[in-house]
Design a binder for this molecule. Sequence first.
Ligand code: ADP
Length: 169
Amino acid sequence: MKIELIKGDITKIQADAIVNAANSSLLGGGGVDGAIHRVGGSQILEECVAIKNRQGKCKTGEAVVTNAGNLPAKYVIHTVGPVWNGHEEKESILLANCYHNSLNLAESLGVKTIAFPNISTGVYRFPKELAGKIAVDEVRKFHSDSIDKVIFVCFDDENENIYKDLLQL
Ligand code: ADP
């Protein structure tokens, strides 16, 4: 899989799937979640509500898929990152699960390109450097038949610089 870094807004990315850093209610929130629902429109939220009614809350580290409404993507994969409380081992595993489960779901949908935001590094306060390392490690060790490109979409300068170092760009 090819790995790319883009600085900017994930709602503008042309990829088969974009990943949302959702919360367990799946009912939208601030940050990247707010942007995806705002730009994508109500169709995404309607499907989130249906999923929640069917299977309950989305647990931390897990992922579900919806349509992408008005976004240029085909799918939105909603994954729930861990809130950073300083339990490094436990929370690192949960963050790794977000990337792994999102990639698995994308693979099962036959997705070729997938874009990730920097999950948990906003309101959930996960240390950015550690989060970046976990994200890149998980993607590098994932073997896929269908996904040929993973795009890390960094919104802030700090994450962009961290990913530039990690990806040696
Ligand atoms: P979390 O609750 O998982 O921390 P946030 O949305 O608060 O989620 O932040 C996750 C990351 O998404 C942060 O690094 C933030 O800068 C970034 N972000 C916010 N808006 C966007 C956007 N429109 N596109 C891509 N990334 C975004």
